[in-house]
Ligand binder design. Sequence first.
Ligand code: FES
Ligand code: FES
Length: 156
Amino acid sequence: MRIHLNVNGTDHGVEVEPRYSLVDTLREGCGLTGSHVGCEHGVCGACTVLVDEQPVRACLMFAVQADGKRIRTVEGLDDNGAFNALQQAFHEHHALQCGFCTPGMLMLATWIVERGAPVSDDELREFMASNLCRCTGYRNILRAVRAVLDRTEDGA
Ligand code: FES
Ligand code: FES
């Protein structure tokens, strides 16, 4: 069947089987390979994208469930070709080692920052704990997201 996804502001019409996952469809149907596939069981969070502004495990969602929805992936984060604030903070705080988890971390962090609500360090740890980093790079990931939150919460 044919479905329509709006990904990062661009409409994609794609042919899918009912069994196709959203992450496979983004990667293979839309050519957007930034979202990574780790566990395919909803455990690792590498496939996290925003669907109608909510973080979703794209390996657990069927593509047909996303028909007509607005999706944001890591490819849509840049700021006119430059790093956005989160990408820049990940760069500055060296918040990645192998980088495999980074797209999912960035999308989850985007949701945390864009909620616009104050986030304590404990809450931040709890939010980010849903995504796994095999390199155990958590400390710098938390530092990077904290830096952006602090700027946002200060109204900068
Ligand atoms: S690949 Fe989706 S949660 Fe691991
Ligand atoms: S940086 Fe290697 S899995 Fe996270």
